[in-house]
Design a protein. Sequence first.
Length: 117
Amino acid sequence: MNVARIACLAAVLLASIPVRAESLRCNGSIASEGESRLSVLYKCGQPLLRDAYCAPVFYSSTFQPVPEPFASTYVPCLPVEEWLYERGPGNLVATVRFRAGVVQSITYGEPNSRWSR
């Protein structure tokens, strides 16, 4: 009985986590990790939303970000773009993340908090 409760709890927790994917099917083509922005735009068309930001840079071998003003003056930032694709009724939204102009990841599910601003 205890095993059934743990399995049920695990299923509920896994269902609430966005799914990580390696490819996105759109318009009869497949866009996948490692492709350029131009390739994704050609295959999937214009995204519903776009966001671009400068990801923080961290000290080597630590989880501490380089503080301002050093971060912007001495350490270059990492440009990141996120494109949101609405895939129609019954399908999860897809978020395509680009780093340095190349697809780093494609995730399905609830968009992260950056889109809710």
